[in-house]
Ligand binder design. Structure first.
Ligand code: FMN
Length: 155
């Protein structure tokens, strides 16, 4: 059991890399793929970060289903924040994708909403980290930005 935890999902490993960087930045905090998380992992938890690749403007079904399975008080008293990986709007040439992103957004806000629904106290604004194509890699500097972002949760 740890007081802090990073939960993530990842298909091509980019979100896993972000989760690992965040875990390290917070001081050896475990980062667990969503299908490996147990009920015990949430016991005594004070800080939780949850991240997913953005797929069809949403978190993966595994992340969605996991957060949905938590009761409405499951994260009461837990400080939480959400992140995703994504194709940044300003990095795509597709006008159609830009249009769709404007309407449907990214996974981060949806995760944030589900965390709040489970009773968590959202304490830093969610964000996303850019990948340069469907399979990545992450844009340069994104892992450093992830570390800085995550550390805000400590203050
Ligand atoms: C089926 C599919 C749907 C995707 N939909 C989106 C999307 O709606 N918005 C977006 O920014 N990126 C989208 N992407 C790109 C993913 O965000 C990218 O593959 C992901 O960030 C990589 O993270 P991972 O390596 O952890 O899987 C999509 C990729 C796939 C394969």
């Amino acid at each position: 059991m740890s007081e802090k935890l990073v939960i993530y999902d990842s298909v091509f490993s980019n979100t896993a890399q972000v989760a690992k960087a965040i875990g390290e930045a917070l001081g050896d905090v475990p980062f667990k793929k969503v299908d490996e998380v147990t009920r015990e992992d949430l016991q005594g938890l004070s800080i939780l970060l949850v991240g997913s690749p953005t797929r069809a403007f949403n978190p993966t079904p595994a992340i969605k289903d996991y957060l949905k399975s938590l009761g409405s008080d499951a994260l009461k008293g837990v400080k939480a924040a959400a992140f995703d990986t994504r194709i940044p709007k300003d990095k795509t040439d597709s006008g159609f994708l830009k249009f769709m992103i404007n309407i449907f957004g990214y996974a981060d806000k949806k995760i944030e909403k589900q965390l709040a629904k489970a009773g968590a106290n959202i304490c830093i604004e969610s964000t996303g980290f850019g990948v340069s194509g469907t399979e990545g890699p992450l844009y340069e500097g994104e892992l450093e930005r992830a570390k800085d972002w995550a550390k805000e949760i400590l203050g």
